[in-house]
Design a protein. Structure first.
Length: 373
């Protein structure tokens, strides 16, 4: 009896320490939890960027310094203040002749931080043109002119990177379907824009993604924030602004522009990643740290997910799992143990998954391969 009691006591002790050990593997929630976190991938740093935002210098309701502070809280690497060139509803209250001012103010307030501030402006026209952002501009004032084609040509002269904003915006496209007009085809034929938002604020467009793929455009996802960022996304519930992920050779304005020109971008919104498998597969693989916790015919593998995404995986491995069905979730910043029925005892084996919450096109997902040593 006495002996029995102590074994159960021991069992409880073991179970408790096992639980504590598992628990300790979770990233401790720290004051930094609102910072958006994704790893770098081989050859590139992963820059988290919001490249569409407004201030009081057009129709936004905050000063540029607030945009910088919000970006730092969200752990962003780069932002662009893209106030409307040609929509100035506050001009009577805040007269300002200089369209570069938003950039200058943000740059000034980002001094001493490692936030990149990209000069930008929003070209704001009705259809058949719609809205476009010009980034990396040299002088936004020169884009403030009447003839829309001349605006785009001037942006090109300045070496800017121009992208189509919210092409699925129901105010301009009532059916919500992004579609190239003859004007867009003309702009494309002259090489006057190179990117497209597939996500804006809280709206997504599969058609925009298809346009990007057909015309080799960089994809972007941005907040287009006008009020305080926390009014748009409930941080306490784990929500976050959409971001454009830019895979650059280093964290600098020049490397970022080159990456965007070479279409090395992806988009992160809600719990979804969108982009080319060339970047998404390594991004997911680099997020995951594996450790083997046993040998034998059903080895346990602990997978620690260091990213902000809850990865929804479909098992494509040649082995079935002992504690999970074919589809399961690796929660963000947590360790998940899977038991793999290798049946024989193997020194090393490969796991193969499809990532269901990531999209390489409207209907397809990237795959990842993980080697367990
Ligand atoms: Zn717009
Ligand atoms: Zn806008």
């Amino acid at each position: 009896m006495r002996f029995k009691l102590s074994t159960s006591f021991l069992a409880i002790l073991c179970a408790t320490s096992f639980f504590l050990a598992l628990h300790a593997q979770n990233d401790a929630p720290d004051e930094d939890t609102r910072a958006i976190e994704f790893p770098d991938i081989p050859g590139y740093v992963t820059l988290k960027c919001d490249l569409h935002m407004h201030t009081v210098l057009s129709d936004g309701s905050v000063w540029a310094s607030i945009r910088v502070r919000e970006a730092l809280m969200d752990g962003l690497d780069a932002i662009s203040i893209t106030d409307h060139l040609d929509y100035q509803p506050k001009m009577k209250d805040i007269p300002h002749p200089d369209r570069n001012r938003g950039y200058e103010l943000a740059l000034e307030s980002a001094k001493g931080t490692d936030l990149l501030v990209i000069p930008g402006a929003e070209i704001t026209r009705s259809m058949p043109t719609g809205h476009f952002n010009a980034l990396f501009v040299k002088d936004a004032n020169k884009l403030n002119q009447k003839d829309v084609l001349e605006v785009f040509r001037e942006a090109k002269n300045q070496g800017a990177l121009v992208f189509w904003n919210h092409p699925h915006w129901t105010a301009q496209k009532p059916n919500g379907v992004a579609e190239l007009t003859d004007m867009h085809k003309k702009l494309l034929s002259e090489g006057l824009f190179a990117g497209i938002e597939i996500y804006n604020d809280v709206t997504y467009s599969d058609e925009a993604l298809e346009i990007a793929q057909e015309h080799h455009l960089a994809i972007l996802g941005n907040s287009d924030v006008h009020g305080p960022i926390d009014w748009g996304y409930d941080i306490s519930k784990g929500e976050h602004r959409p971001v454009t992920l830019v895979f650059a050779t280093e964290k600098s304005v020049a490397a970022m522009q080159k990456a965007m020109e070479e279409r090395r971008t992806a988009v992160w919104f809600e719990n979804t990643l969108v982009g080319d498998a060339l970047y998404l597969s390594p991004l997911v693989e680099q997020s995951l740290e594996l450790s083997r916790a046993g040998k034998g015919p059903v080895p346990s593998v602990v997978i620690h997910n260091h990213s902000d995404a809850d990865y929804i995986l479909e098992n494509l491995s040649e082995y079935r799992l002992h504690n999970q069905a074919k589809v399961f979730v690796l929660k963000a910043h947590q360790a998940t143990t899977i038991e793999v029925k290798t049946v024989e005892t193997l020194d090393s084996f490969e796991l193969h998954f499809r990532v269901l919450n990531a999209f390489t096109s409207p209907d397809s997902h990237p795959e990842i391969k993980l080697v367990v040593e």
